[in-house]
Each structure stands twice: as C-alpha cells, then as structure tokens.
Design a protein around this ligand. Structure first.
Ligand SMILES: Nc1ncnc2c1ncn2[C@@H]1O[C@H](COP(=O)(O)OP(=O)(O)OP(=O)(O)O)[C@@H](O)[C@H]1O
Length: 230
C-alpha cells in the first residue's frame, strides 16, 4: 500500500495518488518517471510518502528494506570479482533462504551463469540478475525501472510471466514498452512534464482516443493489438 501526498520538486508537480495494487508508469523521456521512483523509495528525501500507513521517514533501515525495493535500469557492481550467485546471496534482507535461491536460479534459467563474475555478464543477463535479486529481496513493493530494455523476446516473456505471477507482492513497472504495459493489464500512471496526466485502469488508458491523446498518431489499437505507425 502506497500513498503519495501532494509532492512537488523542480521536476515533479503536485503528485498525489493512492495505490494498493500493481502499476505501470508511462511517459516520454524526461517526464519524471525515474525521479518519481526515487522519491517513492526515499532516494530523494520527502515527507510525502506513506507505505502501509507509515511515513517513509519514520521507518528504520530494516523496515524500509522490507517495504520497498528500487531496481535501477543498470546494475552497479562495486566488487569486480563477485559472482552471480554471491550477488543473489547478498540480495536477501535476512539470512539467505537456500531453497528460494535455488528456485530463483531455476526460474530465470541462470544456472549456467551462477559462477560467472557479474561484471562479465551481457546487458540482458545483468537485467535478469537484477530481477533475480529483487525476487531474493522480496520487498512488499518492488519498483522496476526499465528492467526489460535489453531483453530478447523469450526473456521478455519470462519476465512478463514473473510480473504476472504472485512471486512478488506489489509491483511498479516503469517502461517504454507499450506492448508489455498493455499485456500486463496493471493500472496505468502516465506522466507528462512532471505531472500526472492519467491515473486509472489499463483498459481505459488503451483506447484509441487516449492513445491519440498521449502518443499523437504514432500508435493505435487494431483488433486488440497495438500497432506502431513508423
Ligand atoms: N540529478 C538531476 N539534476 C538535474 N536534473 C535532473 C536530475 N535527475 C533528472 N533530472 C532531469 O529531470 C527530468 C526527469 O528525469 P527522469 O530521469 O525522472 O525522467 P524519465 O521519465 O525517467 O526519463 P527516461 O524515460 O528518459 O528515463 C529530466 O529532464 C532530467 O534531465
């Protein structure tokens, strides 16, 4: 459960919403999506965020980690010799759940990579590692910031299936991939120039009227499929 109350800074303007379910955040480059994510998870300090009816600022580090996890677009590694498996072990908040670790590695087909140095992974493999680490962390709310940008189509389907499953509790997915946003059927928040232009149900957002409003004539819906007009 997330509540944002009347938050503004030099990028975001009067942001307020309440969320008890999954969400997709859309908007053009520079609209303020990552900034919003950083405010929600406390990387940018504010008084505006309530998680499960508690102000974010009143939470201890441990409580924060239990409540919210932000997965950035790119993996940052501080130890060049850390392996994928070691990284996942360090992603647990509490002691490592060996059963869950095994399950996560199997689920994401990471077995053959488990002893590889994280630094040597491809960009898509690094994104899968970020997803796996979020599954190990298992916060009540997980924010994914452009997780799928470098994934091939089979991997994208695997990530989609995990987003749709109950493996994680509440998910906030920031993406430019409208096919993914449409297929997920999560609620939509659309940002423009730091303001919320739309907050509502998926079916309501993905109508030709709204697609025309938010994306001009660059995308339309035909027979329940999105078609990009290049
Ligand atoms: N630390 C910063 N200092 C100054 N400006 C910043 C900072 N971080 C972000 N901005 C600016 O704020 C605006 C919003 O950035 P943000 O990263 O939130 O956008 P976004 O919607 O996530 O964009 P994208 O889809 O391109 O990732 C941009 O114009 C960006 O240049």
């Amino acid at each position: 459960m997330l509540k944002v109350s009347n938050y503004s800074n030099f990028i975001l303007k009067n942001i307020s919403f309440f969320l008890n379910e999954n969400l997709v955040v859309l908007g053009e480059n520079g609209a303020g999506k990552s900034t919003l994510a950083k405010v929600i998870c406390g990387l940018i300090e504010s008084e505006a965020i309530e998680l499960y009816e508690k102000n974010l600022n009143s939470l201890s580090q441990q409580e924060r980690a239990n409540f919210i996890n932000y997965i950035p677009p790119k993996l940052s590694i501080f130890d060049e010799y850390i392996t994928l498996k070691e990284f996942l072990e360090l992603s647990s908040i509490n002691s490592v759940d060996a059963k869950r670790l095994k399950k996560v590695i199997l689920l994401l087909n990471l077995k053959k990579l488990e002893n590889r140095y994280c630094n040597d992974l491809s960009s898509g493999e690094k994104q899968l590692l970020l997803l796996a680490s979020s599954l190990m962390h298992n916060a009540k709310i997980t924010i994914f910031d452009e997780l799928t940008a470098n994934l091939d189509i089979n991997r994208l389907k695997e990530v989609f299936d995990i987003f749709k499953s109950n493996f994680l509790n509440q998910k906030i997915v920031i993406t430019h991939n409208l096919d993914l946003a449409y297929a997920l059927k999560f609620k939509i928040l659309f940002l423009k120039d730091g303001k919320i232009e739309f907050f509502g149900e998926n079916e309501e957002f993905f109508t030709n009227k709204n697609l025309n409003k938010f994306y001009k004539n660059s995308i339309s819906k035909v027979n329940n499929h999105l078609v990009v007009n290049l």
